[in-house]
Design a protein around this ligand. Structure first.
Ligand code: CMP
Length: 438
């Protein structure tokens, strides 16, 4: 085959392999395929990739190096280094992108994202003397009500006389409470500073009167906000909290808040361990917030999940007649359920079908180009660097299998997905090795 034909053929193979994401997106948006069915497909694909990467990439790579004169141990170490590097790069990049909103493209990553956000909130709530009176196991209910709110240094949160619309807890930084002298309407002076863990804004909410003082951020501050309606609901169900707040409000009229004696670290630990699945309302809220403005992170996340596999497909490609089917099939079959789940979730996060197709179109182009790049820079090169790069792509792909495909399959299909995983593993082994058995 001439170079141009080879490149065109590789591009075709890349395009075909990546096209699974378009099929999956359509199924996710408009189809009605059962979750179990998709999970079985995903698990089968994961199994296929595990054995084909082991044999076609790791083993063949090491054998090729050994044939070139490298000692056995060195050849294995070299390939292992490539795999490990690829996996680490994938891990770091995907964590970074997920934190910037790319997590909304996959149900399991999104759940991890929500749990991490919740854990952050629990740690902050654990600093609040008032809330530590609550049983830590009940933190789930409380978290549904809490929203973070940022204040810049010097910024006024509310003024004396404003209506009371929320309770606040200082999570980071300090705020000052300012009041004008009795009977005066101007000349506010600082009567207290509140730091981490202190609650304020309870007086107006409890009494129905306007704010008794102005609150201004002394430093950049992060607050946890509980809106009035939610606050009232909380009080109605939680008598301990209601009593605690009344006490606090009363004491404040005389003195500044004094710290409670309960152990903050222990409280946080119990509360964190009681976190299970996020409440529906909270998950939906986080979903739309995380997705908002996260288009670039989502595209980059999709690219990160696609490029390594397609680089491997391209690097392995020799001719259309001798296609290396297992890796290709694994990526193709895995791409369908992954993009189906992703499309459904992105739709829920508020993205229109047009944007979702646009995300995946970029991936389609990138996948095709990655296959060509894999062929030109890795498949057609004898250099050690090319072997290392191929192993790296393999490591990233394996990281994707363990980080996304298997958790996703388990999530959607339950424990039974172990069976299609093993079936996929054996099917790929058969495709690769059946001819070598004599
Ligand atoms: P609220 O009246 O809703 O709004 C102003 C808040 O400042 C008030 O609730 C209290 O939470 C807080 N506050 C008022 N006086 C003091 C004080 N002496 N020490 C600490 N906080 C106070």
């Amino acid at each position: 085959m001439s170079l141009a034909t080879t490149i065109a053929a590789t591009a075709l193979v890349g395009l075909f392999t990546t096209s699974a994401v378009m099929i999956g997106t359509t199924l996710g948006l408009y189809g009605n395929l059962s979750k179990k069915m998709l999970a079985v497909m995903l698990a089968f694909a994961a199994g296929m990739l595990i054995s084909s990467l082991g044999l076609e990439l790791a083993y063949e790579g090491a054998r090729e190096l050994h044939n070139r004169g490298l000692a056995k141990e060195l050849a294995w170490a070299f390939i292992s280094g490539g795999f490990a590097t690829g996996a680490i790069i994938y891990y770091i990049a995907s964590r970074f992108l997920d934190r910037h909103g790319a997590a909304v493209r996959s149900p399991t990553r999104f759940r991890e994202y929500v749990l991490e956000r919740q854990q952050e909130h629990v740690q902050l709530l654990g600093k609040c003397d008032l809330l530590r009176h609550l049983p830590a196991e009940g933190i789930q209910d409380l978290l549904t009500y809490v929203r973070p709110r940022q204040l810049g240094a010097g910024e006024i949160l509310f003024r004396a006389g404003d209506p009371g619309d929320a309770l606040y807890i200082v999570a980071r930084g300090r705020v000052a409470v300012l009041q004008a002298p009795q009977g005066a309407t101007s000349g506010e002076r600082e009567i207290a500073q509140l730091g981490e863990g202190k609650a304020f804004g309870e007086m107006a909410l409890l009494s129905g009167a306007p704010r008794s003082a102005t609150v201004r951020a002394v430093t950049d501050a992060e607050l946890l906000q509980i809106d009035k309606d939610d606050f009232e609901q909380l009080l109605a169900t939680d008598h301990q909290l209601a009593a605690g707040l009344r006490r606090l409000s009363h004491e404040r009229a005389i003195n500044n808040l004094t710290a409670s004696g309960s152990d903050r670290a222990l409280w946080t630990k119990i509360a964190t361990s009681s976190l299970d699945h996020p409440g529906r309302r909270q998950a939906d809220e986080i979903l739309s917030k995380a997705g908002h403005g996260a288009g670039l992170a989502i595209i980059l996340g999709d690219l990160l999940d696609t490029i390594p596999g397609l680089v491997v497909v391209g690097a392995k490609f020799t001719s259309l007649a001798t296609l290396s089917v297992p890796v290709m099939l694994g990526i193709f079959l895995g791409g369908i359920p992954e993009s189906a789940a992703s499309a459904a979730l992105l739709r829920k996060a508020g993205f229109r079908p047009r944007s979702i197709y646009a995300f995946w179109s970029i991936t389609l182009i990138a996948g095709t180009l990655s296959a060509v790049a894999g062929k030109v820079f890795i498949g057609s090169s004898d250099s050690l660097l090319a072997v290392f790069a191929e192993a790296m792509a393999g490591g990233s792909l394996l990281a994707l299998v363990s980080h996304a495909m298997i958790p996703e399959a388990l999530d959607q299909g339950g424990s039974l997905v172990v069976l299609p995983t093993v079936a996929g593993f054996l099917a790929a082994l058969y495709l690769i090795l059946s001819h070598s058995l004599v």
